[in-house]
Design a protein around this ligand. Sequence first.
Ligand SMILES: [Zn+2]
Length: 60
Amino acid sequence: MRDSDQAQKQKSPCSTGNIPVPEFITCRKCGAEAELWTDEEETLCPGCNHKVFKRESTVH
Ligand SMILES: [Zn+2]
């Protein structure tokens, strides 16, 4: 009796792609900190439900 060879098929748990991480964006309206993941572009402020964008653009 002999063991059959086992094909070593290992996938690294950490893919080399972009891994989203949470960032804290200060709401411009109420000053609360909203959690925004790096793969998202906008989120809702927990304080005032105002839309918080990752990049402050069109601020004029
Ligand atoms: Zn707010």
